[in-house]
Design a protein around this ligand. Structure first.
Ligand code: ADP
Ligand code: MG
Length: 349
């Protein structure tokens, strides 16, 4: 598909490995004080001075984590960066650098890699992180991308998954489930396209959902907002696999239970409409959809006044004793045990 859409095709073999690296990386600039040396030597050099260094890495494999049939390469580059930065923000840290490693088969022309790097460059700019290195190699089949994100945090400000206590409030940023429904819309359009390639999809009613799937944003702002409000979460995690699954991680690591209230789950109106259209239960998707890249955290009850009314945050539940278990309290006020189903399980239904 990529081949067909790309008007000009320059074979990557023509440039050679060093030519390719030079071509893709020459425009990167260093903006963060902590970057001493970026691309161009055997290794990068960083200096976080008195701060703690935060490191997180992700591996994305074509056909497993992304499908180039409806994921433009520029979006893929952008998303690959964003999902990594999200992990740094989930430690209550500031993201500062990334490395980018790629394995590509020769079916990709140079122009395709330029698109990928345009997305990476845009994300690096948007989130003010320096691209400080990587590796470039060939693959037998398909595209593989690995990104490592680095960040910095004052030691006392680090927030782990394991600090939640009984009676803490459970808070989520943004809204839930939209990325998953965006994927459902795209999957449907792909099938329509396969039957009739001349059919131009009308996606106006789905713009927010598709954007959440194809161009997700990480919550860089949340650690900053929390700091300004003088709130330090007791535990925090980012929502990549789905709310249920992340709640279970927080509870397990913190040795607490939890009650989550169905009526409190923050849902976008477009998300609700499309769930109706697909005849899917919106609560199930909000709980299990995944790829929202919002932050889920717990705060002490006495901090409630500091976040109350802030449009970035919704209190969706509270932590209990571990022995009480992990439950969804439904609109009908019945308690349903939460099970992490994750994204893959949902796909198989
Ligand atoms: P080495 O042989 O030491 O692995 P390379 O020739 O692979 O060095 O890389 C040269 C420089 O370019 C290094 O600074 C490396 O980090 C950087 N680099 C290589 N590939 C990429 C890439 N895909 N994206 C960003 N930087 C890269
Ligand atoms: Mg190398």
């Amino acid at each position: 598909m990529i081949e067909d859409k790309t008007p000009q095709r320059t074979s990557i073999a023509q440039l050679g490995e060093f030519g390719l690296i030079e071509h893709l990386t020459k425009h990167f600039e260093i903006k963060n004080e902590s970057t001493i040396k970026g691309i161009g030597d055997d290794a990068a050099i960083l200096d976080f001075a008195a701060k703690k260094a935060v490191v997180s890495t992700d591996l994305l494999v074509e056909g497993v984590h992304f499908d180039l049939a409806y994921m433009p390469l520029k979006h893929l580059g952008y998303k690959a960066v964003v999902v990594n930065l999200s992990d740094i923000y989930a430690m209550n840290a500031k993201a500062t650098q990334i490395t980018v490693s790629i394995a590509v088969s020769n079916r990709f022309p140079l122009e395709a890699l330029e698109e990928l790097y345009a997305g990476i460059t845009l994300a690096a700019k948007q989130y003010n992180v320096d691209v400080i290195g990587g590796d470039t190699t060939s693959s037998q089949k398909g595209l593989i991308i690995s990104i490592t994100a680095l960040g910095e945090v004052e030691g006392d400000n680090v927030v782990y998954r394991n600090g939640a206590k009984e009676n803490d409030l459970l808070v989520v940023s943004g809204d839930l489930g939209a990325a998953y429904m965006g994927l459902q819309v795209l999957e449907r359009e792909k099938q329509v396209f396969q039957v009739n390639p001349n059919n131009q999809p009308d996606l106006d009613d789905y713009t927010y959902l598709i954007e959440r799937q194809l161009k997700p944003e990480a919550r860089k702002d949340i650690p900053e907002i929390l700091k300004a409000l003088d709130v330090k979460p007791t535990a925090m995690i980012d929502i990549s696999d789905g709310l249920s699954s992340e709640i279970m991680h927080l509870c397990k690591q913190s040795n607490v239970g939890c009650n989550v209230f169905e009526e409190k789950l923050p849902l976008d109106p477009q998300f609700i409409n499309v769930c109706e259209e697909f005849n899917i239960d919106s609560t199930t998707i909000a709980l299990n959809g995944g790829e929202d890249y919002e932050l889920l955290f717990t705060i002490k009850m006495e901090d409630f006044d500091k976040i109350k009314g802030n449009p970035n945050f919704t209190v969706i539940g509270h932590m209990t004793q571990q022995s009480e278990g992990i439950h969804l309290v439904s609109r009908a006020n019945t308690k349903i045990e939460l099970k992490a189903r994750g994204w893959n399980a949902l796909q198989e239904e």
